[in-house]
Write a protein that binds this ligand. Structure first.
Ligand code: MN
Length: 256
């Protein structure tokens, strides 16, 4: 059911920074609008092949998507803490966005809708905005890939002040050693990052095809489906970061 939204004029409102960074005649990203009706506690994670490959973690709070850029992505592994840079609020509509931000625009590169679902606010009844203000937000995810209890915690007194840690709590969904890159397929279209970048159509079958291991992919798909080079590019080995991507157009403002 569509929810009522309010457009915000340039230069004001909670999405002013989001607005200022983008030119909506040049990018397919949704324009700013703030939801004025009670939220659905939506969450999503986007895999974004921009200047550097990263994941954008977003929680619906107070009519917008509170957002963090997470270089290593969210994980079900409770033994690691992943750095998360707090970034500008995004409109709720961004939560279903997948596609390509054209060269020359902020965040230029392909965006995959990597996971989506809803969350329950934890934290003993303390409102989400108060938890954010104190720098310790607790929530339970109900996603297609991410489930269970998490916290995102502000590292106070550090650097620019936007440094947080995304932490999986120990519960029945926790999986030590869980590898985010073994799940590199879109929950919206089933596509790999490369297929999104090439504007290829959605796959009929989502899970266990795109972005799974090469072995699974080969067993499921005819080899002719994809050009030879891309099969390796979608399944990077775990561990060290992949080599720097091909030269990307310079963005007007830095984006992870
Ligand atoms: Mn991003």
């Amino acid at each position: 059911m569509p929810r009522k939204t309010t457009s915000t004029p340039k230069g004001s409102g909670p999405l002013a920074e989001y607005d200022a960074k983008r030119t909506f005649t040049q990018t397919p990203e949704p324009p700013p609008s703030v939801h004025s009706t009670p939220g659905a506690n939506y969450f999503c994670v986007q895999r974004h092949d921009a200047t550097r490959l990263h994941y954008d973690f977003r929680l619906e709070i107070d009519g917008v998507l509170k957002s963090w850029a997470v270089p290593k992505g969210a994980t079900l592994d409770p033994t690691v803490r992943h750095f998360a840079a707090h970034v500008e609020d995004h409109p709720i509509d961004y939560g279903s966005f997948e596609g390509n931000i054209p060269a020359g625009n902020y965040g230029a590169g392909s965006v995959m809708l990597w996971d989506r679902g809803t969350f329950d606010l934890l934290g003993d009844g303390v409102p989400a905005l108060d938890q954010l203000a104190r720098g310790d937000l607790k929530f339970r995810l109900h996603g297609e890939k991410l489930n269970g209890d998490f916290a995102i915690v502000h590292m106070k007194g550090r650097g620019k002040g936007n440094e947080w840690l995304l932490i999986k709590k120990r519960d029945q969904y926790a999986q030590p050693g869980w590898d985010v890159e073994a799940h590199a397929w879109s929950v919206l279209s089933g596509r790999t990052q490369e297929e999104i970048a090439q504007n290829l159509p959605a796959r009929k079958s989502k899970k266990k095809t795109a972005g799974a291991t090469d072995a699974v992919w080969k067993s499921d798909r005819p080899a002719a489906r994809r050009k030879p080079a891309s099969a390796t590019s979608i399944s990077p080995a775990p561990g060290p970061r992949r080599p720097a991507p091909k030269k990307k157009p310079r963005t007007r403002t830095s984006h992870p």
